[in-house]
Design a protein around this ligand. Structure first.
Ligand SMILES: C[S@@+](CC[C@H](N)C(=O)[O-])C[C@H]1O[C@@H](n2cnc3c(N)ncnc32)[C@H](O)[C@@H]1O
Length: 219
């Protein structure tokens, strides 16, 4: 196993950043082209349901979903009173998300674009909630600061980020994955308020971050 990881790391090191981004995009396109991807369960996770409907539910506001896939959770949020924008990199996913949203009669703006290049999209915010269900953990490391900066610029004071991510151990490629320490270091001006292990066979986590409440306008 270690040999395979070392070989992958060497392969990665020989790639340019752009090669890497294109490889990730190609893999994602292949998944959607092949049919229903393995992550596309049509089920809204209980962690999001708790945030929206639980005893300490957030009041509905404006939400931005990063890596929305086929739109299950954006639809869920809209049906619970949230004003939702949902972004995905892959055109096929976006088309399916729009169909799902329309079929549910929900009002969600679904955009095709890169969660690390939000300035290229019409998503000024501010948002009260960011939701990321295993998008960030697959983003190449050289794009992650841009992801964090994009959310930070669009966060209302006290905004939440609810993120599910696979730990680095879950990947054959040891450079992908996400840890709480990484998020703490990368999301300046945010507090990591909760880290809960997921129930998967490989290491996974639910992270809740909160933007400082006196932070409006600060980058
Ligand atoms: C593991 S899938 C999860 C999809 C969806 N959140 C779900 O759980 O059904 C990751 C999603 O993030 C999208 N994605 C990956 N990198 C992205 C990026 N840089 N910007 C926007 N979306 C991205 C992929 O196309 C894919 O739909």
């Amino acid at each position: 196993m270690e040999d395979a990881r070392a070989a992958l790391r060497r392969e990665r090191e020989g790639r340019t950043d752009l090669d890497w981004e294109e490889a990730v995009r190609g893999e994602l396109e292949d998944y959607y082209r092949a049919g229903k991807p393995p992550w596309d369960t049509d089920v809204t996770p209980p962690e999001l349901v708790a945030l929206v409907e639980g005893p300490d539910a957030l009041p509905p506001g404006r939400a931005l979903e990063l890596g929305c896939g086929t739109g299950t959770n954006a639809t869920y949020l809209a049906r619970h009173g949230w004003e939702v924008v949902a972004v995905d990199l892959i055109d096929r996913a976006v088309r399916q998300a729009r169909e799902k949203v329309d079929a549910a009669g929900a009002a969600v703006q679904v955009l095709c674009g890169d969660a690390t290049r939000l300035d290229e999209l019409d998503v000024p915010g501010p948002y009260d909630l960011f939701f990321d269900l295993s998008c960030y953990c697959g983003i190449p490391p050289h794009r992650r600061d841009a992801y964090a900066a994009g959310l930070t610029r669009r966060a209302a004071p006290g905004a939440r980020l609810l993120m599910f991510g696979y730990g680095p151990e879950a990947f054959d490629d040891p450079i992908s994955g996400v840890t709480a320490d990484e998020l703490r270091a990368r999301f300046a001006g945010w507090e990591t308020v909760e880290v809960t292990p997921g129930t998967n066979e490989v290491p996974t986590f639910w992270f809740t971050l909160r933007r400082d409440s006196d932070a409006f306008g600060r980058r």
